[in-house]
Design a binder for this molecule. Structure first.
Ligand code: SAH
Ligand code: DHB
Ligand code: MG
Length: 222
């Protein structure tokens, strides 16, 4: 099994179960044309996020790392009218592309995009009383995933779900002697979750068009 096979399977699943409509196709194209890196979740992964949000009846979602708004669109489409998705993005250029993509998808009323480093934006959100959220998706800079997770735990309601992307990274999660800060952060995330009785979680490895990686999926104990 190799990347070519994983991609072919992703293509098949994408065509059958997670097809793009015009807005998702346009979002990918506009992101590419603007020179954004093609590191958005794959279509099957976007659909998984959508399904998780639907499964818990999410009305409010918090996202770390917007990029061009691709995962934002999948998640926001799970929300009912009157729902809300707050998404945090450090790069103004990415945020501008995302704004256009979200508008084209007709999701302006649901999506609240904030520009800045997530750790700087969080105190303001807290001051506004923005929480609690039903689902939090962590997908910004990977060294801060444990810090974002700690915030997410305070801000995600009991019975809610926290998902973190890119925790496996080609298998580096298993490297006990790694000194890579990104790897150390993902290992620390696991230890932090294991030691916290407020949450129960697992990590599922994924292969596909994005290679070998994985999601941590955590339930905030009701
Ligand atoms: N969730 C997106 C992909 C996000 S890629 C999708 O699947 O469609 C990671 C994003 O996090 C990039 O756009 C990057 O600019 C942003 N980012 C990096 N550091 C950040 C920080 N400190 N705060 C907020 N966003 C950050
Ligand atoms: C990469 C992939 C991601 O899903 C992400 O959020 C950031 C970076 C990457 O492959 O570099
Ligand atoms: Mg990611």
């Amino acid at each position: 099994m190799d990347h070519e096979t994983w991609s072919a399977v992703d293509d098949f699943v994408s065509r059958t179960l997670a097809p793009h409509d015009e807005a998702l196709t346009a979002a990918v194209r506009a992101s590419e044309e603007a020179g954004l890196p093609a590191i958005q979740v794959s279509p099957p992964q976007g659909k998984l996020l959508h399904l998780l949000a639907r499964a818990i009846g999410a009305k409010s979602i918090l996202e770390f790392g917007t990029l061009g708004g691709y995962s934002t669109i999948w998640l926001a489409r799970a929300l009912p009218a009157g729902g809300r998705l707050v998404t945090l993005e450090a790069e103004p250029g990415n945020a501008a592309v995302a704004r256009a993509n979200i508008a084209r998808a007709g999701l302006n009323d649901l999506v609240d995009l904030r520009v800045g480093a997530a750790l700087d934006l969080l105190p303001g959100l807290e001051a506004e009383g923005a929480g609690l959220f039903d689902l939090t998706f962590i997908d910004a800079d990977k060294v801060h995933t444990p810090e974002y997770f700690a915030w997410a735990l305070e801000w995600t309601r009991p019975g809610g779900i926290i998902v973190a992307d890119n925790v496996v990274r080609g298998g580096t999660l298993a490297e006990a002697d790694s000194d890579d800060p990104t790897v150390l952060a993902q290992r620390r995330l696991h230890e932090q979750i294991a030691a916290d009785p407020r949450v129960t979680a697992t990590t599922i490895q994924t292969v596909g068009v994005k290679g070998h990686d994985g999601f941590t999926i955590a339930l905030v104990e009701p």
